[in-house]
Write a protein that binds this ligand. Structure first.
Ligand code: CTP
Ligand code: MG
Length: 228
């Protein structure tokens, strides 16, 4: 099988509160998503990278091989991923190919972390994801107050990339298309709902997803510390 990558890049970045969608916000001198793409294209085993942008968004055109851009983004992250997987299958990718789905907004991922995930999952029957054991205590809220303290032991934070077989992931997501992908917040949750148990591969706390306004300064500091 080959190893492909799919970048959902069709969000509006509502929590980031910047003028343009966060994936295009300048970070250490270039648009945020260009850092993400640099990490993925630095991994020789990734043969092809599909970026899924919103309909009508032409900001990432003409990037050149191995990067392709398709404006088939959907209303939710899951729908954007589902549409991109469908496009890959229609464009001749094999159901048995591996696909690494990675948030465009997770721009601090390193080629080494991606390689670690590929190495861990390549011979696995299911596939898996980068994740991190929870460091903080987890509370469930009701009306702004703590309703319960949840079990931290054995709890992990899911990151991306998440690596599964293209055909299996497409089928797992297809089962939720009718419900608007309710409850499907990552690829693993769809695979789990299909009865499989994805492999947890330890990632790095630096592989954060730029989400809130304060995340930009943090991401920039980490990028600059690497360049130094
Ligand atoms: N994404 C997407 N299509 C959507 C929603 C999100 O491709 N309909 C992408 C985003 O561009 C991002 C990734 O999925 O790279 C993770 O989503 P998130 O961090 O939630 O980004 P946004 O949805 O853009 O941000 P927000 O939820 O704050 O609006
Ligand atoms: Mg979102």
């Amino acid at each position: 099988p080959r190893c492909l990558a799919l970048l959902p890049c069709a969000g509006s970045g509502s929590r980031a509160g910047t003028g343009l969608p966060k994936q295009y916000q300048p970070l250490a001198g270039r648009p945020l998503v260009r850092h993400t793409l640099a990490a993925l294209t630095a991994v020789p085993r990734i043969a092809r990278v599909l970026v899924v942008v919103a309909p009508g968004d032409a900001r990432l055109s003409n990037l050149g091989a191995p990067v392709e851009v398709r404006a088939c983004g959907g209303a939710t992250r899951a729908e954007s991923v589902f549409n991109g997987l469908g496009w890959l299958l229609a464009a001749g990718a094999a159901p048995a190919d591996w696909v690494l789905v990675h948030d465009a907004a997770r721009c601090l991922v390193t080629p080494a972390q991606i390689e670690t995930l590929i190495d861990a999952c390549w011979s696995d029957p299911v596939g898996g994801l980068l994740a991190l054991p929870l460091a903080d205590t987890l509370k469930r809220a009701e009306g702004g107050r703590v309703a319960a303290t949840l079990e931290r032991e054995g709890s992990w934070l899911a990151q991306t990339p998440q690596m599964f077989r293209l055909g299996a992931l497409h089928a797992a997501l297809a089962a939720h298309a009718g419900s608007g992908f309710a409850g499907i917040t990552d690829e693993a949750s769809a695979i789990e709902a299909a009865g499989q148990r994805p492999l947890l591969v330890r990632g790095s706390a630096h592989n954060l997803k730029v989400t809130y306004p304060e995340d930009f300064a943090l991401a920039e500091a980490i990028l600059r510390s690497r360049a130094a």
